[in-house]
Write a protein that binds this ligand. Structure first.
Ligand code: GLU
Length: 283
């Protein structure tokens, strides 16, 4: 007899603002699913963006989720405290010849795209035109030695060749999806200002924390094309995905951190109870 597989899911907000109703929906969905499955619920703080993350928003997340009635495992993993794990993943990809340094400024990339006339577009906009992929080894070394800031990009053609051309992931709402990471081009895995990126950090942490089910909004559906490729390249397990529909405010717009009135803090201040918030979300 094989032991039943453990169910582990997570809510992974970035402390760049107060949580709004859209976050509450996502968190509650994951939390209740874990309860239903007799599994585990993890809270992870995705604070790699040092310029936008604030301790008061981090504290606000804990306060708001506790108010909603959620409980999570301690200690809470904060990505900023684990840069070594992201470095180790980069080292592995680098050793496999899948990364290259990119010295380009936004301006240089925009100019190159404008000059080329027909730049291919992916889900994140115009694809990086490969300027630094074409640098010689000597040029790379020279520029690195000069102290120029650089990002690390994934050489997508090589990565796809190494990761397997026919990767598929299972999405509980959308079915079996064939991964198409190539449409993104050479994504950045380590930024100039922080030695990781959203795509790398989320993939590494979901694997390290043993997440079996990623439950998140469908605004992140496309990012999964990259995450499953990274999982294959890093040799870690692929979770099951559930990209839930987004919820909208009365005027049909997505809730955003800038909408002060839609924050959980504002709901609480206006006298709403957690049960009323849950009902408003249709849960
Ligand atoms: N940290 C991301 C955000 O706040 C979510 C990451 C994820 O669920 O994969 O949008």
């Amino acid at each position: 007899m094989t032991a039943p597989t453990e169910f582990v899911t997570r809510f992974a907000p970035s402390p760049t603002g107060r949580l709004h109703l859209g976050h509450a929906y996502s968190a509650l969905l994951a939390y209740r699913r874990a309860e239903h499955e007799g599994g585990r619920f993890i809270l992870r703080i995705e604070d790699i963006d040092r310029s936008r993350s604030r301790p008061e928003f981090d504290a606000g997340i804990l306060e708001d989720l506790a108010w909603l009635g959620l409980a999570w495992e301690a200690p809470v993993r904060r990505q900023s405290a684990h840069m070594g794990d992201f470095r180790a993943a980069l080292d592995r990809l680098e050793a496999d010849g899948l990364l290259y340094p990119c010295f380009c400024t936004r301006r240089e990339i925009a100019d190159e795209i404008a000059a080329s006339g027909n730049a291919p577009h992916g889900p994140d906009g115009a694809r990086y035109p490969g300027i630094c992929r074409r640098l010689s080894a000597d040029e790379r070394e020279e520029r690195m030695a000069s102290g120029a800031a650089y990002a690390l990009r994934l050489d997508m053609a090589r990565a796809v060749a190494a990761g397997g051309a026919s990767l598929t992931w299972r999405d509980e709402r959308a079915g079996d999806i064939t991964a198409d990471p190539e449409s993104f081009g050479d994504v950045v895995l380590a930024r100039k200002d922080t030695p990781t990126s959203y795509h790398l950090a989320v993939t590494v942490d979901d694997a390290l924390q043993g997440v079996t089910h990623v439950i998140r909004g469908e605004d992140l559906f496309h990012a999964t094309h990259i995450h499953v490729l990274l999982q294959a390249l890093l040799g870690v397990a692929m979770p099951v995905y559930h990209h839930h529909a987004l919820i909208y405010d009365e005027s049909g717009r997505r809730f955003a951190k800038r909408d002060r009135s839609a924050t959980l803090a504002a709901c609480r201040e206006a006298g709403m109870t957690p049960a009323e918030v849950t009902a408003k979300l249709g849960l």
